[in-house]
Design a protein. Structure first.
Lengths: 305, 315
């Protein structure tokens, strides 16, 4: 192990109680690429462990779509975005809008990992009167930028935040994470026309391209392909990456705003339920709640290598 | 003498007050922006655009995006006025109004242009008579229906500084001034335009003048009608309604909307706190036939004579 890797805390998974989260915080400034990737990978592993236990405890949730998006969220909050616990109300903070709001547990857990939400509050997920609703609400969690849940809402709101930044001449960026099935909602394409036509360069649309929706494969329901061509035709700079490769995600996000002056779309190719053997790429895991045995197996698979 | 025989008062397009007020507001506060759906002309925003072209976001014919963009602008520190024909703003973007504006408690002002049956002959697709019933069902959303230019301007000014979601109707149908000089709009408060002890007429928006005309007709018969103008549908002035229910023999509601708008709101108050006989003058549970707005108001009995007749049933 190199000296730099020592910056990543050593965590013995067996020593971590099921309802706690070891908060790693943001990647240290100036860290080497190896440290960046190591930090994000470890954070994502811990976030997944906490997430599946939250879903199990609540008896509700969307673990499949959470496991597909966690690497995206962790990379943005712990590395890419210019934000932090003391900047939640800073007008010039970078913003993330999770349009696929059903992945709320992944958002809450990542916010806690970034120090933007007390980790203790994760225990309240979906409990009566908890601030951690099954879909995120900006009025309940300060670091949540937009209330989402009904699909197709995040992108228009992100367009508004990006417009406000452009009007102010701010360099702040807005990242909006959409599901691929969600792109069947027409409001997204209304918003994408605006994004391209107004060249909102500080806006980045991240597509969690896990190819599955609630009831079936996206391609078998109302296919999106050729998605990259469609987004290019709408005036976006399109980058395709492995959505579970933290280094590739970090590079794609770091390139926003694009040198071309166009807004960016990152198509992040992911697997629903990744990397759990019995969940990965399975339609059934949209909102299935794992049994105690399945949680145990998932946690075993998520033990440190 | 009834107002039917009086000289016709000057009628005003409330959009003129809207655009003049928006120019004043934008001059005073650089956070003020306007979001439209290719509705600059129908919103009469030309003079605003000449001054503040960089404060307009025109998303094109895309109402869901329009309201979402409004919420995002609020997140980004702006005070957006989202202005579009009321029928499209409310029906097409209802979920965005519910979630992005109201549930999110954003300071977004939704401006429903040419509401009610203002688009008359264009037909029910372009009428916005459901808006009051729909929007008053949404928690935390203030719903305002101004009756004349002065109230339109004041309601917009209040909304500009109220840190929460607001819907305001802006009428294109000509309306007379009904509020007295020096009038001050107070959100959630009824305005007593006429004292009276026999019956109460509660009216909102474009048809307040017709309630005043009805009071004149009733006065000629020796009936003393109280006239309450109710510019705020939500939150409604329950105390004024309870007083009216206790001090008069019944309440007639008057609106250019389905009677599940103001009528329903008033009924919900009195049935809980002071049950009293009611009549509701407005659009019944039908899609309107073809006709101008004036013709349709006559057709549905939303007239001084129609309101007076409803009031007589309560005496």
């Amino acid at each position: 192990m190199t000296v730099e890797e020592d910056l990543v805390p050593e965590v013995d998974p067996a020593a971590v109680p099921v309802d706690t989260l070891t908060v790693l915080g943001r990647v240290p400034d100036g860290a080497s690429r190896e440290v960046v990737v190591g930090h994000l990978k470890e954070a994502a592993r811990l976030v997944r462990r906490r997430d599946i236990q939250m879903v199990r405890a609540a008896g509700l949730g969307h673990v499949g779509g959470e496991f597909s998006v966690i690497d995206i969220l962790v990379t943005l909050y712990l590395h890419t975005m210019d934000t932090g616990p003391d900047r939640v109300a800073d007008p010039d903070r970078d913003r993330l809008i999770l349009s696929k709001g059903h992945a709320a547990a992944a958002l809450y857990t990542t916010l806690a990992m970034a120090g933007l939400l007390p980790a203790d509050e994760l225990r309240g997920f979906m409990q009566p009167l908890s601030q951690l609703n099954g879909h995120p609400a900006n009025t309940k969690v300060a670091a949540v930028e937009a209330s989402t849940g009904p699909l197709g809402h995040g992108l228009p709101v992100a367009v508004g935040t990006a417009f406000a930044g452009a009007m102010d001449g701010s360099s702040r960026r807005t990242f909006v994470v959409v599901g691929d099935g969600e792109l069947q909602e027409g409001s997204n394409w209304e918003a994408l026309m605006t994004v391209g036509n107004h060249r909102l360069a500080h806006l980045c649309v991240v597509v969690d391209r896990n190819r599955l929706q609630q009831g079936a494969r996206v391609a078998d329901t109302n296919d999106l392909e050729p998605l990259a061509d469609k987004l290019r035709a709408f005036g976006l700079e399109v980058v395709e990456v492995d959505g579970h490769d933290h280094g590739a995600l970090a590079d794609a996000f770091a390139a926003v705003p694009a040198a071309s002056g166009k807004p960016t779309a990152v198509i992040a190719h992911t697997f629903k339920g990744h990397p759990i053997s019995f969940m990965s790429d399975k339609v059934a895991w949209h909102h299935k709640v794992p049994s105690a045995e399945q949680v145990a197996q998932a946690l075993a698979e998520l033990e440190a290598p | 003498m009834s107002t039917d025989l009086a000289p016709a008062p000057a009628l005003h397009d409330c959009r003129d007050a809207w655009v003049a007020t928006m120019i004043d507001l934008a001059e005073a506060d650089d956070r003020i922006v306007v979001v439209v759906n290719d509705s600059l002309g129908s919103s009469k925003l030309g003079p605003f655009a000449e001054r503040f072209d960089d404060r307009i976001v025109n998303v094109g014919i895309a109402e869901q995006n329009m309201v979402g963009v409004g919420a995002g602008l609020a997140n980004g520190g702006k005070v957006p006025f989202v202005s579009a024909a009321s029928c499209f703003l409310t029906a097409r973007a209802m979920e965005q109004i519910k979630v992005d504006a109201a549930y999110s408690q954003h300071h977004v002002v939704l401006v429903g242009q040419s509401p009610g049956m203002a688009y008359g002959e264009l037909g029910p697709t372009h009428h916005s008579i459901e808006d009051l019933a729909w929007l008053r069902a949404i928690p935390g959303l203030t719903v305002i229906v101004p009756s004349d230019p002065a109230e339109t301007g004041q309601a917009l000014r209040w909304a500009a500084q109220h840190d929460g979601p607001v819907f305001i109707r802006v009428s294109r149908m000509g309306v007379p001034d009904v509020n007295l000089p020096g009038y001050e709009f107070v959100p959630g408060k009824a305005v007593t335009l006429r004292e009276g002890g026999d019956v109460t007429l509660v009216a909102t928006g474009t048809v307040v003048a017709r309630a005043l005309g009805a009071a004149d007709l009733l006065a000629a018969e020796g009936v003393s009608a109280r006239v309450l103008s109710m510019p705020t549908i939500k939150p409604i002035d329950a105390d004024a309604l309870v007083a009216a229910a206790r001090e008069t023999r019944g309440i007639v509601t008057v609106e250019e909307a389905l009677t599940s708008g103001l009528g329903g709101a008033v009924a919900e108050v009195v049935v809980r706190r002071a049950p009293v006989a009611m009549r509701m003058v407005g659009v019944p549970d039908v899609f309107a036939p073809t006709g101008s707005v004036e013709w349709l108001l006559e057709y549905f009995g939303i007239t001084a004579a129609g309101v007076a007749e409803a009031a007589r049933e309560l005496l």
